[in-house]
Design a protein around this ligand. Sequence first.
Ligand code: AOF
Ligand code: ZN
Length: 361
Amino acid sequence: MEKAIAEAEKGRGSVSPNPLVGALVVKNNKVISKGHHSAYGKSHAEVEALKSINPRLKADLYVTLEPCAHYGKTPPCLNLILKYKNFAKIIIGCKDPNPQVKGKSIRGLRKAGFQVKTSVLSSRIKKQNEAYFYHLEKKRPFVTLKAAITLDGKIATRDGESKWITSSTSRKKAHRLRAENDGIMVGIGTVLADDPLLIPRNTKGRKFKPPARIIIDPKLKIPLDSKIIKTAKAYPTIIACSNLVGKLKKENLEKLSVKIISIKEKNRDGHFSMDELMKELARRNIAGLLIEGGSKLNSEVWQSKLVNKVIFFVAPKLFGGQELPVIGGQGISSIAGATELKINKVERLDKDIYIEAYVSK
Ligand code: AOF
Ligand code: ZN
């Protein structure tokens, strides 16, 4: 199953909102064929692993996720496996939470006489597919808050300089993170200050599904000559604004291939519910969302309790001062109110430290 998990991993960055899945055909303790789901809409792991296998062969099948039982973009893998009547064991890592599957294939395989073993390394598979599971079950994107910070928690100097706080090794990894998510979110402040392009670069020639660039811009202040707007035809671009913004600018942006999400303002103060936005993004198949905010956006998503995971690239530098902490806003008054994190990974990246932690919920 570990080998099947490694096989599944090859699809990262290309399969979402589908899960990463790997499958192996094993005979006499030897892997004789393997396959993975390589891209959204493409064939499933089982199809890839079985395409060179004779249906009369005696062997076992290992698959990280329960095979599908329904017609989606591809036909049910269950029907395909049922043709392999001489297979003895089907070993399934984890049940598929998709309501169209959810145990159906496991029951179908058992009914057909296969020996089915389930829940093998299932917690690892759930973690490998954390965005898939979260998106499906909570109808919200799995949110990662990512920042490059100094050791004293700053994302820029007093004058707003932020290029570059971390080493090129850290920045490469950050680009990879972009490619592995379905959306990258920034606030309009970041667009006005840095005019970023927000696309994954330096991903070693690997082809990824381009993530949507999502800008929080309540009053639609984004300049039409910003890099983001100028490249909106080539890279998916979503702008979230208030329902009170005039039609004309929205239409102008839409003509330039920008998708507009307009959300009802809560108190006519320019703020809208981030939670509402998250639900809408989930409907648009954003399963994994990377927040690359400035202080303000980070504070807003954190206060709205929408963050699932935190990734900080920490540089051995100190900036000092009151301005531009990674999470702005008022902060908290007592330690009892702190957000507790569970550290998942700590690594040294050149001179920097990489920290990955989950928000305890
Ligand atoms: C599998 N093997 O490799 C994957 C599965 O639209 P489709 O046909 O691609 O189906 C997508 C659904 O199939 C997805 O939501 C999930 O339930 C399951 N994914 N199943 O048997 C695979 N990727
Ligand atoms: Zn399938």
